[in-house]
Design a binder for this molecule. Structure first.
Ligand code: AMP
Length: 114
């Protein structure tokens, strides 16, 4: 498994970034180009490129990312109003190929997204 996604470089301190949460399975950073007052990325330590590359054995890890997202939303006082997004594939807007959950909140959000 390679260990060199841009997110892992932030985790290791190789490049700057604001880490707001870490545990034994994942970490979270503030997005460099925020689309909402709160825009945090929740990222597994395991470098899976995208959801469609995940396997049955990743079930607990993927579930963990959602529970951590909830914890971070509470930390940012989002009062149970936020959006979780996972882009899968370039045509769906994915630009960093290391699975991450976007946590967006702090403003009203419309649907459908662009
Ligand atoms: P996606 O397009 O779904 O793959 O999301 C990738 C996200 O990573 C985008 O929202 C970018 O703004 C964000 N991003 C890219 N580089 C960095 C960085 N160095 N630090 C923090 N966020 C980043």
């Amino acid at each position: 498994m390679s260990q060199n996604s841009i997110f892992l470089k932030i985790k290791s301190g190789e490049i700057p970034g604001k880490i707001v949460f870490e545990d034994d399975q994942c970490f979270a950073i503030e997005d460099i180009n925020p689309q909402a007052p709160v825009h945090v990325l929740i990222i597994p330590n395991k470098e899976i490129a995208k959801v469609s590359d995940s396997e049955e054995s990743d079930k607990k890890l993927l579930g963990h990312l959602l529970l951590v997202s909830k914890k971070i939303a509470d930390k940012y006082n989002l009062n149970d109003n936020y959006r979780l997004v996972i882009n899968n594939g370039a045509d769906a807007g994915q630009s960093v190929f290391h699975i991450h959950v976007h946590l967006l909140g702090g403003r009203g959000l419309t649907w459908p997204p662009g």
